[in-house]
Write a protein that binds this ligand. Sequence first.
Ligand SMILES: [Zn+2]
Length: 247
Amino acid sequence: MATVTFRFYANLEGFLPSQRRGRAFACACPPRATTRHMIEALGVPHTEVALLLVNGQSVGLDQRLEGEDRVAVYPKFERLDISPISRLHQFPAGIPRFVADAHLGGLARLLRMAGFDTLFDNACADPALAAMARREARILLTRDRDLLKHRAVTHGCYVHTLKPVAQLRELYDRLDLRPSAHPFSLCLNCNAALYEVAREQVLERLPPRVREQQQRFMTCGQCQRLYWEGSHWKRMRVLLASLEDSG
Ligand SMILES: [Zn+2]
């Protein structure tokens, strides 16, 4: 077996056991092992890697490793665009769309609130999620690193944080979502587009207080749920404004 030296940087170290963090370490590689194979065998999903250097050269995930190779593995840099030098796949062009796994229902609703098309069905099995992400060029969101190692997954995001608001902030930073946000354009329940309806058309469906206080209404084309700028909507606006500021 060949011996290859690895060094993982920044938040990729969180996927490693503590004795392998913050330093280079040697590792035995089977013959013809690729960079992807070894990186995932060491615990890091390939979707989290933005730049891969072997002996100082930028390479892809299918590079075969040889004895004495030195491999440096980097996540996305928050304030540095490495796309011109990286040989790895980038996220799909355009406004990102997502599919969230069964444990990220709260995050899925917040993404919809910010206007990002996000599929979520907690009855959906992992292989189906991976296939859907690939078929529709969606970014798969999960806290299950094994799911990201699935063959079918090309674009995925391991979510490090636990609470939905922190998770939304994490994605805003990693994927630079701020310029693409279009708040209150999607139904939080079913991800369908919202459109404005005249007050008179929905009057009989409104609770009395809402009827007195609200003038503007939106409805979902699919589930017909009504939305108005009540206290929940205002709290959401504050949250989204805080994400704008932190960028
Ligand atoms: Zn709906």
